[in-house]
Design a protein around this ligand. Structure first.
Ligand code: FAD
Length: 455
């Protein structure tokens, strides 16, 4: 009797506990269900859908090389899995456990209809498994990381199997192209293909490239002009590579890789947070911030628009927002600066910015995005103070963002390092580049005043 293998954000064949378990029992029917209904307003954003399309195509090709294939269905996960199971006489489903609230709901619904077996493997340690000395979940990252490290290294990752046992007949499948996951007009994803190769092979190539320079990570990761970080986030988000594999490859590379490994720890931390607080990405963790007088978007709408389009007059913010639009990714340091600008300089509710990133990032992740936005906003369990207002112009200088700005804001390409961080201040703002939508000092004062309401 075949068993179903239910893929979600674990689109890989290596180190895939659900695949291993299913294949041990007999023939395997790999299924991906596009369930927008269950996720509701958290259905994947545009950039993620682009990624998903290519990742599914790659997974199907990898399965076909191993005598198998990927069955595609669209609709409620429980209903679709039940229909596929009936079509091939299966009753058991293997999957890797997920922690987004809609996936947990879907797991419960599937378990009512079929024999669902959930496995671990998308995180360094199963979310929820680590607790403080008094048995409560961690709220703060540093003690969480200390506890996680005690359980490391993770188990050695398993290899891709050379074959995947196939059933005698295959149930019907949708055609990927019919899902319209790719943009048509305008094709805003033109730049994505130059930057990314979704799928397991592309993920492994990124790991191979990164291990060669992992020893420099501490020094280069904060410099947006240099490719210092791994750029593995979308591959990790879609599960094209397991964190255990990344951990072992990077740890084996030698050198000082502790900071990199602790960043991987943030990914685990974020899942622990949403496992405990499912609505974290849309609710202030500290409710005193519910009183904060965010600007009404009827008044602030054009500022928000300028932020999304990279037209704020702050070169580092604009470079970041344009990199995001063009490639679906933004450098971590710049993500912080741009998010802080939206929240503090523009006094726009962090949830509005969170949603823009959600739609535009190829690595948009319910846990990581929510946790990081609340960290920047100062509203989170573990976060910056609201009164800490990042100064974008000095951040830009400090992290030597000149080349980065020249790359993403062509209007400023001719400016020297001495003036590029703040051309307006130096009297050399080109005519085709906008004036600052708000002055730094004025914005700072407005934000501090608003912050007092949350005292
Ligand atoms: P590296 O520096 O090479 O780090 C390796 C891996 O560790 C990353 O791929 C990622 O999986 C994980 N990681 C690193 N930093 C963090 C972090 N702060 N929080 C959680 N995981 C981390 N990351 C996402 O994966 N999805 C998001 O939706 C997301 N939204 C963010 C929103 C804001 C406002 C900010 C400030 C950060 C956000 N991040 C998010 C975290 C971080 O910016 C990205 O993970 C990182 O830039 C990805 O690039 P990289 O793969 O080169 O990272």
């Amino acid at each position: 009797i075949p068993a179903l293998l239910w893929f979600r954000r674990d689109l890989r064949l290596a180190d895939q506990a659900a695949l291993l378990a299913a294949a041990e029992e007999g023939p395997v029917v790999p299924v991906y269900v596009l369930d927008d209904e269950g996720a509701k307003h958290r259905a994947m954003g545009g950039a993620s859908r682009w990624w998903l399309h290519h990742s599914l195509a790659s997974l199907d090709a990898d399965l076909r090389e191993r005598g198998s294939r990927l069955i595609l269905r669209r609709g409620r996960a429980d209903a679709e899995l039940a229909a596929v199971a009936e079509a091939c006489g299966a009753s058991r489903v293997h999957c890797i456990r997920h922690y987004e609230p809609w996936w947990r709901n879907a797991e419960r619904a599937v378990a009512k209809r079929l024999d669902l077996v959930c496995h671990d493997g998308n995180y360094l340690a199963p979310p929820g498994s680590l607790t403080t000395g008094s048995g409560t979940p961690f709220k703060i990252y540093t003690p969480f990381w200390r506890a996680l490290k005690e359980h490391m290294p993770p188990p050695w990752p398993t290899n891709r199997p050379s074959t995947v046992p196939a059933p005698k007949t295959w149930p019907a499948s949708d055609k990927l192209d019919d899902w319209d996951l790719l943009p048509t007009k305008p094709d805003w994803a033109k730049g994505f293909g130059k930057e990314w190769t979704p799928g397991e092979a592309g993920a492994r190539r990124r790991v191979d490239a990164f291990v060669k320079r992992a020893g420099d990570y501490d020094e280069t990761r904060n410099l947006p002009s240099i490719e210092g970080s791994s750029r593995l986030s979308p591959h990790l988000h879609f599960g094209e590579v397991s964190p255990a594999y990344v951990w072992h490859r990077v740890a084996d590379a030698g050198g000082s890789v502790d900071i990199f490994l602790s960043e991987l720890g943030w990914r685990d931390y974020a899942q622990n947070v949403i496992a405990e607080y499912p609505d974290y990405p849309s609710k202030n963790a500290r409710d005193k911030f519910d009183k904060l007088p965010w600007r009404d978007l009827r008044e602030a709408g054009s500022d928000f628009d300028a932020w999304t389009k990279g037209q704020t007059g702050y070169p580092i913010v604009d470079a970041g927002m344009r990199q995001l639009w063009t490639t679906g990714w933004m450098h971590n340091r710049v993500r912080m600066i741009a998010a802080s600008f939206c929240i503090k300089h523009l006094l726009i509710d962090w949830r509005k910015g969170e949603q823009w990133y959600w739609d535009c990032l190829v690595d948009a992740d319910y846990g990581s995005n929510g946790v990081n936005w609340q960290w920047v906003a100062g509203t989170g369990l573990d976060s910056n103070m609201f009164s800490r207002i990042m100064a974008p112009l000095s951040q830009s200088e400090k992290f030597a963002a000149g080349d980065y700005i020249r790359q993403w804001v062509p209007e400023l390409a001719k400016l020297s390092d001495a003036v590029i961080h703040d051309p307006e201040e130096h009297g050399c703002r080109p005519k085709d580049y906008p004036a600052k939508i708000i002055g730094h000092r004025e914005a700072r004062e407005r934000a501090l005043k608003a912050g007092k309401h949350a005292k």
